[in-house]
Design a protein around this ligand. Structure first.
Ligand code: ATP
Ligand code: ATP
Ligand code: MG
Ligand code: MG
Ligand code: MG
Ligand code: MG
Ligand code: MG
Length: 250
């Protein structure tokens, strides 16, 4: 029985604001872990890349894509994930707060549920994630957005790989490693890794260098079901978009 619905108090409902997103734009929702610098320390993440921590992120994002079928692509790296809704989505009448809060809270709760599958150390406290909605009017803007996030992984991972090699491999203090890398270009860091540690950066695991792209692909079985497939490819080059034409629908 919905007594409140007819009460004299009901007028307060009209204070709520319409936040429906304009039609025909790409809707991107990005979530990012709160203070994961600290969270990763508390939970003994391997540096620079804890593979299982990334697996938790990927599993949580997969759960979000399973629930929200209008997400055509997700892209994750470090403690962040971006979800791209198809332009025509009418999910939750395109209401911005509904989309943002459902995605962010489902991601957070899924992260907690997935944690024990991948990590042996128990959660010391409840992790949380911020979220934002960003709209991109053109396909080019969307591609540039994703390229921006992937370029970010590259810059950070190259730096972190060199940094932790100097600290863990050469016994430098954090400050000494920082000084050693200050002002260096990508080529210098590649060279340092190769000369001093015999590491060819390009042969390190692709998930660390490229992040994770989640796409829906048809599974080859009788029912033609969909699966959510993780890829660790370069999405900056146009080849990626030629290989996966279903994303932009062309
Ligand atoms: P929506 O996704 O639109 O919010 P909903 O099913 O969650 O749909 P609500 O109007 O939020 O609809 O109502 C929540 C419902 O959850 C209640 O109608 C009731 O059936 C159930 N519910 C929530 N808390 C309890 C509780 N403590 N005990 C029993 N039932 C509960
Ligand atoms: P904020 O609350 O502002 O987001 P933050 O500490 O989460 O602060 P970010 O810029 O989001 O800052 O960086 C996330 C940090 O989490 C990274 O710098 C890294 O230290 C750590 N981190 C996240 N994922 C991993 C991982 N898989 N392996 C190792 N460290 C990780
Ligand atoms: Mg309710
Ligand atoms: Mg941040
Ligand atoms: Mg963060
Ligand atoms: Mg981050
Ligand atoms: Mg409800």
């Amino acid at each position: 029985i919905r007594r409140m619905a007819c009460s004299r108090f009901e007028y307060v409902k009209s204070f709520e604001q319409d936040d429906s997103i304009l039609p025909n734009v790409w809707i991107v929702i990005r979530v990012d872990g709160k203070k994961f610098h600290k969270f990763s320390k508390t939970h003994d993440f391997e540096k620079p890349n804890d593979e299982n921590a990334l697996n938790v992120m990927n599993a949580a994002a997969t759960a979000v894509m399973q629930e929200f079928r209008d997400i055509v692509l997700a892209y994750g790296q470090s403690d962040e994930y971006s979800f791209v809704f198809r332009k025509e989505t009418t999910a939750f009448k395109r209401r911005s707060a509904k989309l943002l809060t459902y995605v962010t809270s489902l991601f957070s709760s899924s992260y907690v549920m997935q944690w024990p599958r991948w990590k042996s150390v128990p959660l010391a406290y409840a992790p949380c994630f911020d979220g934002r909605v960003v709209l991109y009017p053109s396909d080019e803007n969307l591609r540039d957005y994703l390229s921006w996030r992937q370029a970010d992984v590259h810059v950070n991972n190259l730096y972190n790989t060199a940094f932790w090699k100097l600290v863990l491999g050469k016994g430098l203090s954090n400050q000494q490693a920082e000084e050693r890398l200050r002002g260096t270009f990508s080529a210098d860091k590649n060279e340092l890794l190769f000369q001093e540690f015999g590491i060819n950066y390009n042969t390190l695991p692709a998930m660390y260098r490229k992040g994770t792209i989640l796409l829906r692909k048809r599974v080859v079985d009788r029912k033609g079901r969909q699966a959510i497939v993780p890829l660790h490819e370069d999405l900056i080059s146009s080849q990626f978009w030629k290989n996966h034409t279903e994303i932009l629908g062309k």
